[in-house]
Ligand binder design. Structure first.
Ligand code: HEM
Length: 141
């Protein structure tokens, strides 16, 4: 397996790790542990940035895989894929703004936008894992 062929598997792992840090960050802020929340969210952002580079490297060097599933699973897959792609574009500025507001200590405004950023980011990470499982593991070409 070449490095390029290995990237989708690495990307799925990065998505799973990012989702874990997002969950931990949420858990810590609910307990009022700001420093731990900060560490978890910054780590999630770094992992998602590595994911983005790896994803773009794969897209630039590999053909687009066609989904092989037939029947009712097709609309399910494409619905998941379209919502995943649309939200993944939207969260890039959203994550940057949420981080910016936190790092500038504007926590009231941070909280307001974070209530949208967190679930959208979590959805993108988890739906990315499902897209990977359906495309490469359940219905491989
Ligand atoms: C993009 C990364 C981040 C996301 C998605 C995020 C998400 C969240 C969420 C979901 C909440 C709870 C909102 C609620 O009350 O329902 C929150 C609160 C908070 N976050 Fe973050 N966070 C991020 C980065 C950071 C960073 C880097 C810090 C730095 C210290 C931070 C500090 C805080 C603080 C202090 C609160 C409590 C605000 C308040 O209740 O007034 N966050 N964040």
């Amino acid at each position: 397996m070449s490095l390029i062929q290995a990237l989708p598997h690495l990307n799925a792992v990065l998505n799973a790790v990012a989702a874990t840090f997002l969950a931990a960050g949420f858990y810590f802020i609910r307990r009022g542990e700001i420093l731990r929340h900060r560490k978890m969210m910054i780590t999630a952002a770094v992992i998602s940035a590595i994911f983005l580079v790896s994803y773009l490297a794969h897209r630039a060097n590999a053909p687009i895989f066609e989904f092989r599933g037939q029947g009712a699973v097709r609309p399910l897959y494409y619905g998941l894929l379209i919502s995943h792609v649309a939200l993944s574009v939207a969260i890039v500025p959203l994550v940057a703004l949420t981080l910016w507001r936190a790092l500038a200590s504007r926590f009231d405004r941070h909280r307001r936008i974070a209530r949208w950023t967190w679930p959208a980011w979590m959805y993108v990470s988890i739906s990315g894992i499902f897209v990977y499982l359906m495309l490469y593991q359940m219905y491989p070409s």
